[in-house]
Design a protein around this ligand. Structure first.
Ligand code: IMP
Ligand code: MG
Length: 181
């Protein structure tokens, strides 16, 4: 258990503020409203990291939409990737009925989404696209690119707005750089 002083000391600087996030979400929600109006939409959030982004994005969208959750694990209790992706909780919906929009927290190596997309495409959705809050292109190990990325972050470990370090910091309302130094 970290002391509150140590917990706060590891938050180095704000990279994306609450206001910047709010404005970017309002803009992307308008785009979704315009391009998906009249179509059956399923927003699919990848837990746990994308739960805050999903909560804010779905409330900014005004056209009818459904939501679903799946859990894909690729990180253990530190800042290193495990290199493998495991689906620990799956969707219940029949994707053949939906235009699927994947709502992700961050694209880092790209491995998680490459695997998730492979699985979801095999279920034949009407269409599939990916919206990510953050993009960290400097760390990419695949040729994956999201259809929409709200913010690009530098090559550092980030926490907040759903993103964690060993399950801490998910409840910060902004995105910050994390370091133990
Ligand atoms: P991938 O490397 O693109 O497969 O990213 C896998 C997952 O790792 C993301 O969905 C995040 O949940 C997590 N992740 C990647 N980079 C960071 C980071 O800087 N902070 C916190 N979590 C991260
Ligand atoms: Mg994630």
């Amino acid at each position: 258990m970290l002391s509150i002083e140590e917990y706060q000391r590891r938050i180095k600087r704000v990279l994306v503020s609450e206001e910047e996030i709010r404005e970017a979400i309002a803009k992307v929600a308008k785009e979704i409203d315009a391009s998906y109006d009249g179509r059956p939409i399923l927003l699919v959030s990848i837990l746990n990291g994308a739960f805050v982004f999903m909560a804010d994005l779905c409330r900014a969208i005004t056209v009818p939409c459904e939501i679903g959750f799946m859990c894909a694990k690729s990180y253990y209790n530190n800042t290193m990737s495990s290199g493998t992706v495991t689906i620990t909780m799956d969707l219940e919906q029949d994707l053949k009925k939906y235009h699927v929009i994947i709502v992700e927290d961050i694209v880092d190596t790209g491995r998680t989404l490459v695997e998730v997309i492979k699985i979801l495409k095999s279920r034949e959705p009407l269409s599939l696209c990916v919206i990510t809050l953050l993009d960290k292109p400097s760390r990419r190990e695949t040729d994956f690119e999201a259809d929409i990325a709200l913010f690009t972050v530098p090559n550092c470990f980030v926490v907040g707005y759903g993103l964690d370090c060993a399950e801490y910091y998910r409840n910060l309302p902004y995105v910050a750089e994390y370091s133990e130094d």
